[in-house]
Design a protein around this ligand. Structure first.
Ligand SMILES: Cc1ncc(COP(=O)(O)O)c(C=O)c1O
Length: 184
């Protein structure tokens, strides 16, 4: 049997940040989504219970969790997606919406997985200039064409820490609708 060949994809791999500081055990890492407080007492208590089934696969549709989230945040159950970290959800979005040669817009300084997953499915990634390390709505709109399928925004942004406020986000959403339907 022939060994199948890898697809050759020209993408730089994700380099995670440093995970230690000179062998120190106690440190607060601000560059990753890690809790500096450790596992909560409530979670530890539940993990000690003998009747939890960690040795079984969990419900792949996260139904119980989605029901609980839907009650808590008063959002339709069907509109909630759970994933193994938001990375998996970014990947799902790219697989579901992007075809080869579709365009994706990213602010110039943005989380690396947006470009990695977009490129894996063959989309073209366009970068919009930021202004003083803040996402610029105008510069995003300049990049929109009929081929634009996704504009990825992390809010607050990683790695700059700047953010668009609620009215700026709503404005971007409205302008994107108009621009996308009128662009060449
Ligand atoms: C903007 C942004 N989105 C998503 C992620 C992925 O995090 P996780 O998969 O842990 O949710 C990160 C991680 O640094 C991030 O900075």
């Amino acid at each position: 049997m022939n060994v199948p060949k890898f697809k050759n994809i020209n993408i730089k791999s994700y380099k995670p940040g440093k995970s230690g500081v000179n062998k120190k055990k106690k440190y607060i890492k601000l560059s990753a989504n890690e809790s500096s407080l450790g596992v909560s007492k409530g979670v530890k208590k539940i993990l000690k219970k003998k009747n939890i089934f960690l040795h079984r696969y969990p419900d792949s549709k996260s139904n119980a969790l989605r029901r609980a989230i839907s009650r808590e945040v008063k959002c339709d159950f069907d509109k909630i997606i759970c994933g193994a970290g938001s990375d998996e959800i970014i990947q799902m979005i790219c697989q579901l919406y992007l075809n080869k040669n579709d365009e994706v817009i990213l602010p110039e300084y943005s989380f690396l997985m947006y470009r990695i997953y977009s490129k894996i499915v063959g989309a073209k990634v366009l970068f919009s200039k930021e202004i003083k390390f803040k996402i610029s709505i105008e510069n995003i709109l300049k990049k929109v064409t009929k081929k634009t399928k996704i504009v990825f925004i992390a809010n607050p942004n990683n790695p700059t820490g700047t953010y668009l406020n609620k009215s700026e986000l709503i404005l971007l959403r409205k302008k994107l609708n108009k621009k996308n339907s009128t662009s060449n």
